[in-house]
Design a protein around this ligand. Structure first.
Ligand SMILES: *[C@@H]1O[C@H](CO)[C@@H](O)[C@H](O)[C@H]1NC(C)=O
Ligand SMILES: *[C@@H]1O[C@H](CO)[C@@H](O)[C@H](O)[C@H]1NC(C)=O
Ligand SMILES: *[C@@H]1O[C@H](CO)[C@@H](O)[C@H](O)[C@H]1NC(C)=O
Ligand SMILES: *[C@@H]1O[C@H](CO)[C@@H](O)[C@H](O)[C@H]1NC(C)=O
Ligand SMILES: [Cu+2]
Length: 160
């Protein structure tokens, strides 16, 4: 399947991920090959990150992403979290540039894709548009929510 992000490169990324002890969703790309190739009619899904737990401190989102994999191109991740108040902790959504920053919860070169007010109501929607790894994390407290609150996960969306 002609793709600028070849299967070999993807496998390399995933092997590297397992070597440093992090998990990427969709690690079983190969076994899903036959399913998604002939599945063009399935419409993209809208997936609430964390399910009924939403986007909260202390939920293991690596675990959540593994249990909810695979994700597909054009699926929408929905991040729901309370707006800042004096009774809730603020959250946010950052896109980290690479696996190293993801592992270390290093936010300096990360891109803010949703600020603390954008998770209220129907939540913040993020479409998985490209076949590449997405490293997502909460950016609050200078990486504390990412590191200690486990508010991070990585996904590589598959073709249908
Ligand atoms: C198509 O995808 C859906 C969910 O994404 C899955 O339930 C279904 O079994 C797939 N169909 C085929 C023919 O692979
Ligand atoms: C989070 O879940 C992953 C995958 O199930 C597991 O490997 C990891 O140990 C968990 N982390 C914590 C801190 O429980
Ligand atoms: C994803 O959506 C874009 C824009 O709506 C569309 O051009 C593209 O073909 C879609 N890709 C897949 C794999 O569904
Ligand atoms: C929270 O803030 C509101 C006003 O913004 C105030 O009325 C209330 O007393 C505060 N509650 C606490 C527990 O500080
Ligand atoms: Cu947070």
């Amino acid at each position: 399947m002609g793709s600028k992000f070849g299967h070999g490169a993807l496998v390399l990324v995933l092997v590297a991920a397992s070597m440093v002890g992090v998990s990427l969703a969709n690690k079983d790309l190969g076994s899903h090959r036959h399913h998604f190739r002939h599945n063009h009619t399935t419409t993209p899904k809208r997936i609430i990150v964390g399910g009924s737990q939403n986007w909260h401190f202390g939920v293991n989102y690596t675990d959540w992403s593994l249990k909810n994999a695979p994700f597909y191109l054009n699926d929408t991740l929905v991040f729901k979290y309370d707006p800042p108040s004096n009774t809730t902790f603020p959250h946010s959504v950052y896109l980290l540039p690479n696996m190293k920053s993801f592992i270390n919860c290093e936010l300096r070169r990360a891109k803010v894709i949703a600020n603390p007010t954008q998770g209220s109501g129907n939540g913040f929607e993020f479409v998985l548009k490209k076949r590449k790894p997405y490293y997502l994390a909460c950016g609050e407290r200078n990486g504390f929510h990412c590191k200690v609150g486990l508010m991070k996960f990585a996904v590589v969306p598959l073709r249908r």
